[in-house]
Design a protein around this ligand. Structure first.
Ligand code: PXP
Length: 239
């Protein structure tokens, strides 16, 4: 048994955008990831288009052979794009313009009413809807309430924890949140900040079926190549 791997190729586009070139192409990275055995390709189309562009999403929709997972803010403009492109999965994430990366999970409790509408619209055209949330019981319950198919648990606080007590506490929160989501009948994914060292303890949580990992894989790819970087991560996901 192996945990499924979604490879996030945003940072391949980050390098391209830094110089306004056509390379490196996140589409080529997605192909390499799939050749190496990845189960899904994940991209975040941000409002400020700092890395992934609409062109990338369109081409990926035509070329990805596994699953295409679009991370996006739950607003009307993004909803329209998703309804046109029809990725296999949409993961709703919070978005702030100034942030370096997604800083926390979506506050589903506070956004309950607007999220219900977004989830219904996306599911109506056959898109599986996931919500990126902090490992907090009430937020997981709210995901179920708004009709989400899946949750993606935010592993960022666990990954940032330096002291072992803190780390153990964060792992416990992830364990409990994963159990709760599974008990609601939802598919459980997790991600953010995971790397070749800290991923092992998360793999031990049986309810977690999928991990979405980007930065650490793209960083390792500089030294060993993209396919090898993905293969090494896949080997870490064996249970
Ligand atoms: N999952 C979600 C919802 C994210 O927003 C991100 C970052 O875009 C990731 C996973 C991947 O995080 P990282 O690049 O730190 O592996």
């Amino acid at each position: 048994m192996r945990v499924k791997l979604g490879v996030n190729v945003d940072h391949v586009a980050t390098i391209r955008q830094a110089r306004g070139t056509r390379y490196p192409d996140p589409v080529a990275a997605a192909m390499a990831a799939e050749n190496a055995g990845a189960d899904q390709i994940t991209v975040h189309l941000r409002e400020d288009r700092r890395h992934i562009q609409e062109r990338d999403l369109t081409v990926l929709r035509e070329t990805v052979q596994t699953h295409l997972n679009l991370e996006m803010a739950a607003n009307e403009a993004m909803q329209a794009i998703a309804l046109t492109v029809k990725p296999d999965v949409v993961t709703l994430v919070p978005e702030k313009r100034q942030e370096l990366t997604t800083e926390s999970g979506l506050n589903v409790i506070a956004m309950r009413n607007e999220l219900r509408g977004v989830v219904v619209q996306l599911r109506r055209v056959g898109i599986t809807v996931s919500i990126f949330v902090d490992p907090v019981g009430e937020q997981i319950d709210a995901c179920r309430e708004v009709g989400a198919d899946s949750v993606e648990l935010h592993t960022g606080t666990y990954c940032d924890a330096r002291r072992s007590v803190e780390r153990a506490r964060e792992l416990q929160r992830l364990r409990e949140a994963a159990k709760r989501a599974k008990a609601h009948g939802m598919y459980v994914a997790a991600g953010h900040g995971l790397d070749y060292r800290n991923v092992a303890d998360v793999v031990e949580i049986n309810e977690i079926e999928e991990l979405n990992i980007g930065h650490s894989i793209v960083a390792r790819a500089f030294f060993v190549g993209f396919e090898q970087a993905v293969r090494e991560m896949l080997a870490m996901l064996e249970r």
